[in-house]
Design a protein around this ligand. Structure first.
Ligand code: ADP
Length: 398
């Protein structure tokens, strides 16, 4: 097979997601996931062409999980050994102030990712496990770490800095790192390509609205602000995360509600956001509830949209001039109601939606009216392709 491929691996605390990508065609050749690693029974799913294989079996650890994945490639296809895999690209959530670009993995890079674990205690240790196993099982393929924070590593100091005692912040690496950077970078570049304009000319706001959600302000291809902070908890209202709250809520619950720090962590990360307000975190279900007259669901959507509008306004002010506003990820690409609600009333700011263009799912497409001073777009994100292309670039630059 002469087509070159990149194996993209996203190793989580109890899961491994993977995709074999053709970085030149921009297509996924095969994909799958291993879930519930370490539990009594795990789930495995592998898709190649029109074949999908699903299995339920114990997956005691990541090494076994990765071995199962490689066996499935041999059994169902395509064989990893004849797929011309030129790189294995690993998604890494936290690159701290250390990584502002993807890195070719060696022992030193592994150590540095490990050292950043206090900033991403659930993610970085899981990435390290995945990287170690992949290096063992695929020793001949170069491995690359692609960081979710890299696009925001060079945020202007005034956007990256929390206004807290600078000695405490420095001692504990407390700053705004952002997240979803691979998506914001990819989408902002795709915007330029779609509009056939140099990215360096464009002032953009990108709204990545998935289960996690984040906004970024991008000036000339460089991020100048983003809504996620030390962790992905800050910023927009999300599926299950609160986004911005008064930090004193934590003290209040700790002191007066008998909640431990772990309880509050769980509350704000997993029992808040749209789910906390309505009981559901999927927007399709949320709209059904609203249609059925559920007041909690209606308020959840109002709170979600209100926060988004605040960020659009804030980033507009920071950019000074806005050329493009882009919606991406599961909600951004598919939910025309959310898009319409966010843009409603922003006509005086030059954001004029065309209701017919906005209707329906998918993209890429322009959804602003002809003559709208700000172009509003839907651009599908593709983090796996972005990781594959960045990994390939690192390998080619060796
Ligand atoms: P993740 O953050 O897990 O990568 P995605 O970007 O895939 O998530 O977004 C998943 C979310 O997208 C779902 O939870 C759901 O709320 C939303 N979504 C998916 N399809 C639709 C749709 N047709 N209409 C509205 N929302 C949708």
């Amino acid at each position: 097979m002469s087509t070159r491929t990149v194996l993209v691996v996203n190793s989580g605390s109890s899961s491994i997601k993977y995709q074999l990508v053709d970085p030149d065609a921009g297509t996924a050749i095969a994909s799958g996931l291993v879930e519930r690693i370490g539990e009594s029974s795990g789930n495995v799913k592998h898709t190649y062409g029109d074949q999908t294989v699903k299995r339920e079996l114990p997956v005691p650890d990541h090494a076994v999980g990765m071995r199962i994945v490689l066996d499935l490639f041999e059994e169902v296809g395509p064989s990893i050994h004849t797929s011309n895999v030129v790189a294995v690209g690993h998604r890494v959530v936290q690159g701290g102030s250390v990584f502002d670009a993807p890195a070719l993995i060696d022992d030193d890079v592994v150590e540095k990712i490990d050292a950043l674990s206090p900033l991403a205690p659930l993610h970085n240790p899981a990435h390290i496990t995945g990287i170690k196993v992949a290096r063992q099982l695929l020793p001949d393929e170069p491995q690359v770490a692609v960081f979710d924070t890299a696009f925001f590593e060079k945020l202007p100091a005034e956007a990256a800095t929390y206004a807290i005692d600078k000695k405490v912040a420095a001692a504990h690496q407390v700053r705004r790192y952002g997240a979803h950077g691979t998506s914001h970078q990819y989408v902002s570049q795709e915007v330029a390509r779609y509009l056939d304009r140099p990215v360096g000319e464009l002032n953009q706001i990108v709204l990545h609205l998935g289960n996690g959600a984040s906004a970024s302000a991008v000036k000339g291809g460089h991020a100048v602000d983003t809504s996620m902070g030390l962790t992905p908890l800050e910023g927009l209202v999300m599926g299950t995360r609160s986004g911005d709250i008064d930090p004193a809520v934590v003290f209040h619950l700790y002191r007066n509600a008998g909640m431990s720090i772990d309880d509050i962590d769980d509350l704000l990360n997993r029992r808040s956001g749209i789910k906390g307000l309505s009981g559901e975190n999927d927007f399709r279900a949320l709209h059904d509830m609203i249609a059925a007259g559920d007041a909690d669901a209606a308020l959840a959507l109002d709170v979600y949209v209100h926060r988004l509008k605040k960020y659009v306004g804030a980033y507009y002010a920071i950019l000074g001039r806005l050329d493009v506003l882009t919606f991406t990820a599961g909600v951004g690409e598919n939910d025309d109601v959310v898009r319409a609600r966010v843009c409603e009333g922003l006509e005086p700011l030059g954001i004029v939606l065309d209701p017919e263009r906005n209707a329906g799912r998918g993209g890429p497409k322009v959804i602003s009216a002809d003559g709208s001073p700000v172009t509003v777009l839907v651009i599908p994100t593709n983090e796996e392709l972005a990781i594959a292309r960045q990994s390939l670039a690192v390998v080619e630059a060796r």
